[in-house]
Design a protein around this ligand. Structure first.
Ligand code: APR
Length: 314
């Protein structure tokens, strides 16, 4: 619409609050609806004092969920529990799968055309859950649901720029696959500006990018996982979706229903965003032999994650 509404579900959390702050500053947003099971009036009062145009409103508890998402052009979901040291993203499944299922069921009713950006982990499974819920509700459109993997791109760009002494804001690194461990595949052969890496550099950088989330979980020592960098990534991706809605086509890596790689139904590659969400899946491009090995290894792991999500809804 000409005055876009963004609904943020899980707005009071570690990601939700800084993400709300960043979205409040996004000139493309007219209405920012904050939804959570706790504390949204306080967060909304606080954000509403910022002198930017986005109108902030608060919704609390499932009784207000329908109103929160009604008419939303984009719904961003960071609701759910985060990791503690020793946990994988998959360990969050039992709690977060049900949260995402219920939130998406409400979106299917109140705002079936919304673009849905999912941050809640395990993203490899929560995105298939969202698709299955939409299918059940009869409003399935594979172009409209996204797993936000932008943080993997952000991290890869930061680490590559740091290692090579590049301007981080002008360094691009595609990261494909999924959003956990070995399913995260940085394409260092496609870094821009074109950059040469030694084998040793590739074999150190790749696992660092794959395990960067755990680096934060361990450093926070029980207080949770990445929130500030994730908020930045979520805001960057939301802004890209909104530009796409306006017809400004742009390319982002995102975990979506995809035929880019054989044998797996969901995969992140660069995708072109437009008025309907995914306009075009650009695929993996030319990869090195090492990257092809990573892709092959990721496929069976991803399939397990996808099946777990699908089975949960069925
Ligand atoms: N509906 C809406 N909000 C919910 C629900 C629900 N059913 N259940 C929990 N929440 C809210 C919590 O009240 C809290 O405000 O989600 C928020 C989560 O915040 P944190 O616990 O601080 O977690 P955070 O670090 O923000 O991570 C959230 O994002 O990256 C992922 O792995 C991470 O899955 C985790 C999620």
């Amino acid at each position: 619409s000409s005055s876009p509404k963004v609904a943020l579900l899980g707005a009071s959390g570690g990601i939700g609050q800084p993400l709300g702050l960043l979205l409040k500053q996004d000139k493309l947003i007219a209405n920012l609806a904050l939804y959570d099971v706790v504390n949204t009036p306080g967060v909304a009062a606080d954000l509403s004092h910022i002198d930017t145009n986005a109108k902030v409103s608060a919704y609390t508890g499932s009784g207000e969920l329908h109103a929160a998402v009604e008419g939303a052009d984009v719904v961003v979901i960071p609701a759910g529990v985060p990791r503690k040291p020793g946990m994988t993203r998959d360990d969050l499944f039992n709690t977060n799968a049900g949260i995402v299922r219920d939130l998406v069921a409400a979106i299917a009713k109140a705002s079936p055309k919304a673009l849905i950006a999912i941050i809640t982990n395990p993203v490899n499974s929560t995105v298939p859950i969202a698709y299955e819920v939409l299918k059940k509700a009869g409003v399935y459109d594979k172009r409209r649901v996204f797993g936000v993997t932008t943080l993997d791109v952000v991290r890869a760009q930061a680490f590559v720029a740091e290692l090579k002494g590049l301007d981080a804001s002008k360094t691009t690194v595609p990261v494909i696959g999924g959003h956990a461990g070995i399913t995260i595949i940085p394409l260092l052969s496609q870094v821009k500006p074109a950059t040469k890496f030694t084998d040793d550099e590739i074999k150190k950088l790749t696992p660092r990018i794959q395990d960067a989330g755990t680096e934060v979980v361990n450093a926070k020592a029980g207080a949770g996982s990445a929130t500030l960098s994730m908020a930045l990534a979520g805001a960057r991706f939301t802004n890209a979706l909104l530009r796409g809605l306006k017809g400004e086509n742009n390319v982002q890596c995102s975990y979506v229903a995809s035929d880019a790689v054989k044998g797996v139904e969901y995969f992140s590659t660069p995708v072109e965003l437009g008025p309907n969400g995914v306009e075009k899946i650009l695929g993996v491009g030319k990869v090195s032999a090492y990257e092809q090995q990573l892709i092959d290894a990721a496929v069976s792991e991803l399939n397990k994650n996808v099946q777990k999500g699908v089975a949960f809804v069925k």
